[in-house]
Design a protein around this ligand. Structure first.
Ligand code: HXC
Length: 257
């Protein structure tokens, strides 16, 4: 695939995707979304990739959906573009995705970060859902994922005023797990990706699946789902190896099955 809006680098155990529309602060147009989703799906199938990092540049992770691409669209055109189908495909990615955010993560940019599984931020990161200031509302999960992440009152303030929050605030509110100096952001994300890549892949997959399940089920249903994944892991060679290695006081050798 000839990529023009993202850059893809594969390292041992993980892959890094960098948005590449710096002239518009990585505004997310349909081409970027298509390239991103296709790359994620390829990486999800790739046996060497255990974890994926999404990042932008120092000025912007992504300043939202491309406003120029949708400014003149009718409701019918928006419906027929069916752009959210691509966003739904991101939800189906089984490998963990880390968002490494510097600069602006606004609108669709903030939503894209929240579609990821872990968010790291640099000191310059700014998160916001400014759609209200251009006459719309978040459309790619902002009202839902932000509310689950930071609670009703903070989400309501952000969505109704369009105000941005700093990396430090995002961390205090539980949206971001760690804030690091700008120059260390990608390194920090790579270190985290390497740790995840060193874990048994089937357990990583079922763990991600179980955590995500908590968003759309009751506690009862979620506990049952978790338990089934837990039992299922006893059918993996990696469970036998992991527990045997613990007993024998040695490092486990994962087979990924
Ligand atoms: C298209 C964008 C853009 C966007 C910035 N640019 N954000 N183009 N869509 N979302 C372009 C600008 O037009 C400009 O191009 C260049 O990037 C640099 O931006 P400036 O505004 O000059 O930079 P600055 O003064 O530093 O201000 C940064 C900013 C501002 C505060 C982030 O750009 C901004 O408010 N952007 C829009 C943020 C936003 O409303 N996002 C939500 C979009 S709606 P030129 O050609 O002039 O140099 C959304 C809905 C999601 O995301 C629904 C799901 C898909």
């Amino acid at each position: 695939m000839n990529l023009t809006t993202i850059l893809l680098t594969k390292e041992s155990g993980y892959a890094l995707i960098q948005f590449n529309r710096p002239e518009v602060l990585n505004a997310i147009n349909m081409k970027l979304m298509e390239e991103l989703v296709s790359a994620l799906e390829e990486l999800d199938k790739d046996g060497d990739t255990r974890c994926i990092i999404l990042t932008g540049n120092e000025k912007a992770f992504a300043a939202g959906a491309d406003i120029k691409e949708m400014a003149e669209a009718s409701a019918m055109e928006m419906l027929q573009r069916d752009q959210f189908a691509r966003w739904d495909r991101i939800r189906k990615i089984k490998k963990p995705i880390i968002a490494a955010v510097s600069g602006f993560a606004l609108g669709g940019g903030c939503e894209l970060a929240m579609t990821c599984d872990i968010i790291l931020a640099s000191e310059s990161a700014k998160f916001g859902q400014p759609e209200i200031t251009i006459g719309v509302i978040p459309g790619a999960g902002g009202t839902q994922r932000l509310t689950r992440a930071v609670g009703k009152y903070k989400a309501m303030e952000m969505v109704l005023t369009g105000a941005m929050i700093t990396a430090e605030e995002a961390k205090q509110w539980g949206l971001v797990v760690k804030v690091v100096p700008n120059e260390y952001l990608v390194e920090e994300a790579k270190n985290l990706a390497k740790v995840i890549a060193s874990k048994p892949p089937v357990a990583v997959r079922l763990a991600k699946e179980a955590v995500l399940k908590s968003f759309d089920t009751t506690i009862e249903g979620g506990l049952e789902f978790e338990r089934k994944n837990f039992y299922m892991l006893f059918a993996s060679e990696d469970q036998k190896e992991g527990m045997k290695a613990f007993v024998e006081k040695r490092k486990p050798e994962w087979k990924g099955k």
